[in-house]
Design a protein around this ligand. Structure first.
Ligand code: GLC
Length: 554
């Protein structure tokens, strides 16, 4: 398929507004803070900014618990600030992408407050209500994604409601046409404001099975993950086709669904002409260290071939139809330089290695705030220091599984979502230049060396490398459309692939190990376009080295 859309030929930058830039001194970022940094983002080469939720919210899950779908959280600013951001971004040819959290709302949303008030009110059927088991316990043994039962009892109704995530995030009942109409209307409200697309949260959970049953326990708490029982339930695509018709069709926007539970084989039903979204965030490549599911205590060392296999499968899955959103980081994952390089090494080289893959695979690259600086994980001393709700749930689960508090904390260190949520590192001033007040999460102490100002002035920095490779991608049509082929597939040190179109062939080779990695004789041919070391490699790639070569083929 020829890539002809604006969003296929740009880089998307993801912003976690709470941690990006604070202009009021209250310790949390805001919309004006984003507007203030638009030139920085333009200079990086971003053509779209995906904002995680900025709607009114009690912030139990940092905005993924929404209490008004068409407003702006006063913590972040006003609707006028949002309109200004959209307009200022547009002047720079950058579009704003909103996050739609439609599997659930906040328990403080007026819809839920009404729904829970009795069994017979106008919204009584807007959420998923069930009676207790005969012994009064929860309707099923499902564990919510943040830990604990996925059901919470409500006195007023004498019933339980389902929450795939936290107790404060009751699942909406998509079977009810009024619910769907209300959600679609909210999305259309933002389209009228001129947004350039949507990221659709946790979308694989919106359809529930016809019958709710206990599942086989998968951990020591006697429960089974709600994910196992409800993700991607047949019939879900009918809802989504309606969503597409009522909201997306006829607009020059992109949509990217968050789709944990959709396999590569199913992609044609989800993306492309006959699908529902422009792109789908898959999880296979970010879940390679997990044994199955996403239980933080169940991680294994992984061979590089597993990561390469997952990425190649995704490339193949959308080779003819659909399009791929390439990512290594987001607000739900640890920092990629730690996560994908647990064996250590120079994190600047690690960041450049991942940047090289991100920018030369086929698809639209998504850069998460701070990834372009090579920001790293934090390591706090106590579980109390962590804000992230899933860190607490996973810590408790690890204790139940018999791990010691120190072990449980080590899982949090490696996986916590707070790793990605510490303040953006702008400069060497107090709090990394993020706020003049007290930041809601402390800045990573390494901000004195890893920060945008220092990296802007350093031609060899991660940021300078990003700017260079984002531009390179835009000037080489073969990186946009070229056919992907994996090379050296069995190699456990090197990830290599080619992109070919017409008589041009571009080869990327990245050494994931901290040892030298031998290359087959004559492997790299033609001109070296970019590389993470100052000079070209010889017979071997140096530790964590990344290179891109271009050659002419017959
Ligand atoms: C998605 C979001 C995550 C959030 C969850 C519940 O996975 O990315 O941050 O906690 O959905 O809305």
């Amino acid at each position: 398929m020829k890539a002809t859309k604006w969003w296929q030929n740009t880089a998307v930058y993801q912003i976690y507004p709470k941690s990006f830039n604070d202009t009021t001194g209250n310790g949390t970022g805001d919309l004006r803070g984003i507007t203030e940094k638009l030139d920085y983002l333009k200079d990086l080469g971003a053509g779209a900014l995906w904002l995680t939720p900025v709607y009114p919210s009690p912030m139990v899950d940092n905005g993924y618990d929404i209490s008004d779908y068409t407003g702006i959280n006063p913590q972040f600013g006003t609707l006028a600030d949002m309109e200004e951001l959209i307009a200022e971004a547009k002047r720079r040819d950058i579009r704003i992408v909103m996050d739609l959290v439609y599997n659930h709302s906040s328990d403080q949303h007026p819809w839920f407050i009404e729904s829970k008030s009795s069994r017979n009110n106008a919204k009584s059927d807007w959420y998923i209500w069930r009676d207790a088991k005969p012994d009064g316990s929860a309707p099923t043994n499902w564990r919510g994604i943040f830990g604990g039962s996925a059901w919470t009892y409500c006195k007023e109704r004498g019933q339980y409601y389902l929450h795939t995530f936290a107790e404060a995030q009751p699942d909406l009942n998509w079977e009810n046409p009024e619910v769907r109409a209300a959600l679609f209307a909210a999305a259309n409200f933002w389209l009228d404001k001129g947004v350039g697309g949507f990221r659709i949260d946790a979308i694989t959970y919106i359809k529930k099975p016809a019958v709710f049953e206990d599942g086989t326990p998968d951990a020591a708490d006697g429960m089974v993950s709600v994910h196992t029982m409800t993700a991607n339930t047949p019939g879900i695509l009918d809802f989504l086709h309606e969503f597409r018709r009522e909201v997306f069709d006829g607009h020059d926007i992109f949509t990217v669904g968050e789709a944990n539970g959709v396999s590569v084989a199913e992609l044609p039903d989800w993306v492309g002409e006959n699908g529902v979204f422009s792109m789908l965030f898959e999880f296979a490549h970010v879940l390679v260290p997990y044994e199955g599911g996403e239980c933080w205590s169940k991680m294994l060392p992984w061979p590089l071939t597993k990561l390469k296999g997952a990425l190649s499968a995704s490339q193949a899955g959308v080779a003819k139809e659909g399009w791929y959103p390439i990512y290594f980081e987001n607000h739900d994952r640890a920092r990629s330089v730690n996560y994908f390089f647990p064996h250590g090494g120079d994190t600047r080289l690690a960041a450049k290695a991942l940047a090289t893959i991100l920018m030369t695979l086929r698809g639209t690259p998504f850069i998460y705030e701070g990834e372009e600086l090579g920001m790293t994980n934090v390591k706090w001393d106590t579980i109390e220091a962590y804000d992230d709700i899933s860190s607490h749930g996973q810590y408790e689960l690890a204790l139940k599984e018999g791990f010691s508090p120190a072990e449980a904390l080590s899982f949090v260190h490696f996986n916590s979502r707070d790793n990605a949520r510490t303040p953006m590192q702008w400069d060497t001033s107090k709090n990394a230049g993020f706020t003049t007040g007290t930041p809601w999460l402390p800045a990573n102490e390494n901000y004195r060396t890893i920060n945008a100002a220092a990296e802007q002035a350093d031609a060899d920095s991660v940021l300078s490398y990003y700017k260079q490779i984002v531009r390179l991608r835009k000037t080489k049509p073969v990186l946009l459309d070229g056919v992907y082929e994996e090379l050296l597939a069995d190699n456990e040190q090197i990830y290599a692939f080619s992109r070919t179109a017409g008589n041009r062939r571009i080869v990327t080779a990245v050494n994931f190990s901290t040892e030298e990695a031998q290359l087959p004789a004559g492997f790299l041919k033609g001109v070296r376009l970019i590389g993470s070391y100052a000079d070209a490699p010889k017979a071997a790639l140096r530790p964590l080295e990344a290179v891109v070569y271009e050659e002419e083929v017959k």
